[in-house]
Every structure is written in structure tokens, then in C-alpha cells.
Design a binder for this molecule. Structure first.
Ligand SMILES: Nc1ncnc2c1ncn2[C@@H]1O[C@H](COP(=O)(O)OP(=O)(O)OP(=O)(O)O)[C@@H](O)[C@H]1O
Ligand SMILES: Nc1ncnc2c1ncn2[C@@H]1O[C@H](COP(=O)(O)OP(=O)(O)OP(=O)(O)O)[C@@H](O)[C@H]1O
Ligand SMILES: [Mg+2]
Ligand SMILES: [Mg+2]
Lengths: 229, 229
């Protein structure tokens, strides 16, 4: 589903070059639960931004859903993301002046030709799954940190994407909400084959995934296949 | 140091009233490590915003450092915060177009008449303590989530505040960075008597504090004094 060969990402800041990712090669299969772990600043978000076609590698070959990402222009990348991918950003990226409902509904309006009635049912059902139904008409700047995180999670899932990139999706959640979110994701993975790729420091996520990649200083240092109970 | 009697906070949204905090009474002593825990949306951030004089209670009496907060106007509250308090916000609230160094230095410039040389030493020393020295000249929009969190932590500590309000300060940190931050806070608490008030879901913080308050649906449901080893 995703394959990267010798992927590097270099940020230029004037004279200075920062190698955020250094020759990473790996493959991810359909319907898997994958997690990237590693110290703060190690390159996890950068990795997810590449897989999520939000950014291009500086060198190397990256294929997502059989598509060579370097061959797409800006508009094609946006279209590709809208059709196939879902994002839970580390800082949520919700629209503060829209309601929870409007934020979660947004990708569905943009991307697919789904009748309003069906769209509404989809949004309400996901909000219910993340325990946010009673908050649906509040503005984003009127809810708590964990409520924003759950709205961001619901939004990532509305279009039934093939791949969900989840950057620290439980960082602001209590245990109960975190487990609820993980079982929702497991359910989607079983029912529609969604592939989930996490960047996380949360052991509750790491203990649930199939494959754990460890990154340190932009280098892939370990790959662990977890044995399922 | 802080005392609240029958504190309530009600948010009005048109016709709807939301009781975010419901008749909370408690007292906090100097130099303690206090944590508020509870489900997402339970009222922890609201509580910290009141203690941090960022917001006023709807009813009840709140005293912070012997001052009745309801007696202060907007300008006086800003001055009070600048002189006595430090904040680590749940969403960091850093200035994206300034560097890490500039963000951490900012409260020192605003509040105290400290010579530039001494100010620079203070900022560099704190950046070193949170492992951010090599990132000091990068803009906030050029660093990782956990790096932003550590910059926010350093910024909260530059003015040697009497009370630090820390809202989920380790949510985006790996274990090693989180422990480093907790020992820095312990050190400050011993050396200069800083009181730390946390809102958190992180067991690593909860196991380090002296007193744990549990909030559910805006109501204080438990107070636990932890026995020190
Ligand atoms: N400006 C506002 N207007 C209306 N309701 C609000 C506002 N700010 C917060 N609330 C509501 O008050 C309640 C408490 O919010 P608060 O941010 O204190 O929760 P929290 O315990 O910090 O949650 P989390 O763990 O998710 O960060 C929530 O239900 C939230 O939706
Ligand atoms: N736009 C940028 N310009 C320069 N350097 C950057 C930029 N974005 C990220 N970096 C650097 O690249 C490195 C990797 O960043 P990344 O955000 O991927 O880390 P991370 O593993 O997600 O960390 P965290 O756990 O703290 O979120 C960091 O050292 C960061 O400072
Ligand atoms: Mg990150
Ligand atoms: Mg909060």
C-alpha cells in the first residue's frame, strides 16, 4: 500500500540544512495498524506528512496506493488526499469559528457526492462513537482540548479513507476516551480495511498495533512485529 | 496560597447555559505539587484558567496569593499574572513567527527589569534544561510538537513565578523528555518554592504529585494526599 525507498527529508533554513529523515526504506501493507515511536524531534510527524502526501521527500522514491507521489503536482496531491486519506493532526487543525458538526462534515462536502441526509447520518454516527454528540453545535473555540482531539478524530474518518495518518491522536485524552477511540479504529480496520499509521508516545496505542517502527534522529533503528494475543 | 469557596463557572451560549464548574471549594498551599485529573471535558482547564487569573468565576470567592481576584480589573489581572504566575497552555500559545529563544525570553522582557546579559543567561539555561538549546534559533513553525511543548515549558519558568499552571505539559513528550521536565520542576519547587498545579491524563505526572484532585462533570469528587516514598 505504501512503499518508501531511501527516503530523505532535508529542511533548509538559510545556510543550515536539517536532515529530518535519513534514508528510510520500508513497506506498509493494507489494513495494518502501524506505529512510529521515538523521541521528541526524531522525525515521526515528518514521516506521517510524507505518507499523507502533505509534503514531498527531498530524495528517494515514495509510492502511496500505487502512485509515485513525486509525479503529482500541488492540485493532484490535494485531490489524491481528499479521495484516499484521512488526517488527525498533532495540533488538530480544526476551524475555530465553525461548529464541531460543521468541522466533521467538511471533508464529506468537499470530496464526495453524498446526499445531505446521508452525510448528516454519517457525521452524527461518528460523533456518537467518539462521545461528542452532545457537543456538536458548539464552536471549536468553546470546547476542551480532548474534545477538540475527538472532533479531529471523527473528521479524519468521515470519508472512509483507505489510510488514516494519526499524529498523537490520544495525547489529550483520558484512558476511557482513548480506549473508545482505539476500538472505533479497530472496528473500521475490520469492517472496511482501513490502514492506520500512528505517530505516538502513548503505550496504550503501541500495545494495540501490528508493527512498531522506531525512529531516532531521522533514522529507522528498529522494526518490531507484535505477536497478537 | 490559593483558596476557592463555592466556585462556579457557567458558560452562556445564547439560551444555553453550561455549568463547567459546580461549587468547587479547596485550598492549595505554597510549594506543593498538585494535580487535577478527570475525564476529557470535566473542567480541568477551566479550573486552571481561574487559578491563573485568566478568567473570573461566575460565582464564589477566589483568592490567589492573598488577592481577591474579583476585585481586579482587566489591566490589574494582566499585571498580577505577569508578576506572579507562569503558564503552560494545553495548546502552547507560542508565537509562530518568533524563534524559540525569543518566545522564551518574552515574559522576562515584559515583566522584569533584568539586564539583557542576565536575561540571555536565564533563557539559555532553561532551554538547556528542557533539551532545546540546539533549537533556539528556529521559528516555532519549524519545530516538532514535543519541541513546542518544551519551549512552552521553558517560557513558563523564566520569570521564576510563584505559581505555575501546567495544562497537560507532557502530552506530546516521550518518556525521557517527560521525566527530564518533571525533575526540572521538582528542582525549582525545592530551590525557589514554586507551586505547580497540573491538569493531566499522564500517570507519570500523577505519581509525582503531593495532592490529587479528581473532577468529573465540573464537580470535585475526590481529594487524595499521596504518601511520599
Ligand atoms: N468557551 C466555552 N463555551 C462553552 N463551553 C465551554 C467553553 N470552554 C469550555 N467549555 C466546556 O466546559 C467543559 C469543561 O472544559 P475544560 O476545557 O475545562 O475541560 P478539561 O477537563 O480541560 O478537558 P480535556 O481533558 O479534554 O482538556 C467542557 O464540556 C467544555 O466543552
Ligand atoms: N519546517 C521545518 N524546518 C526546519 N526543521 C524542521 C521543520 N519541521 C520539523 N523540523 C525538524 O525536524 C525534526 C523532526 O521533526 P518532527 O516534527 O518530525 O518530529 P517528531 O518525531 O514528530 O517529534 P514530536 O514527538 O516532538 O512531535 C525536528 O528536529 C524538527 O525540529
Ligand atoms: Mg510530532
Ligand atoms: Mg483541558
Amino acid at each position: 500500500l505504501i512503499s518508501c525507498k531511501e527516503i530523505s527529508k532535508i529542511y533548509k533554513m538559510g545556510e543550515v540544512k536539517i536532515k529530518a529523515l535519513n534514508n528510510i526504506s520500508l513497506e506498509i501493507s493494507k489494513s495494518q495498524f502501524i506505529s512510529f515511536i521515538g523521541p521528541s524531534g526524531s522525525g515521526k510527524t515528518t514521516m506521517l506528512n510524507l505518507f499523507g502526501v502533505l509534503d514531498k521527500p527531498t530524495s528517494g522514491i515514495l509510492k502511496v496506493i500505487d502512485t509515485d507521489i513525486s509525479k503529482l503536482n500541488y492540485v493532484e496531491r490535494a485531490k489524491f488526499r481528499g479521495e484516499h486519506l484521512g488526517f488527525i493532526f498533532q495540533n488538530f487543525n480544526l476551524i475555530p469559528v465553525l461548529t464541531v458538526f460543521e468541522n466533521v462534515e467538511y471533508p464529506l462536502i468537499m470530496v464526495k457526492s453524498i446526499p445531505p441526509k446521508e452525510r448528516k447520518e454519517k457525521v452524527l454516527s461518528l460523533l456518537d462513537e467518539v462521545g461528542m454528540l452532545d457537543q456538536k453545535d458548539k464552536l471549536i473555540n468553546q470546547i476542551s482540548g480532548g474534545q477538540k482531539q475527538r472532533a479531529a478524530i471523527a473528521r479524519a474518518l468521515t470519508t472512509d479513507p483507505k489510510i488514516v495518518l494519526a499524529d498523537e491522536p490520544t495525547a489529550n485524552l483520558d484512558h476511557k476516551s482513548a480506549f473508545k477511540v482505539m476500538s472505533l479504529m479497530r472496528k473500521l480496520s475490520h469492517e472496511i480495511g482501513t490502514t492506520f499509521i500512528f505517530s505516538t508516545h502513548d503505550p496504550k496505542i503501541v500495545q494495540e498495533v501490528d508493527i512498531i517502527y522506531t525512529i531516532e534522529d531521522g533514522v529507522l533503528v528498529n522494526r518490531e512485529k507484535r505477536s497478537k494475543k
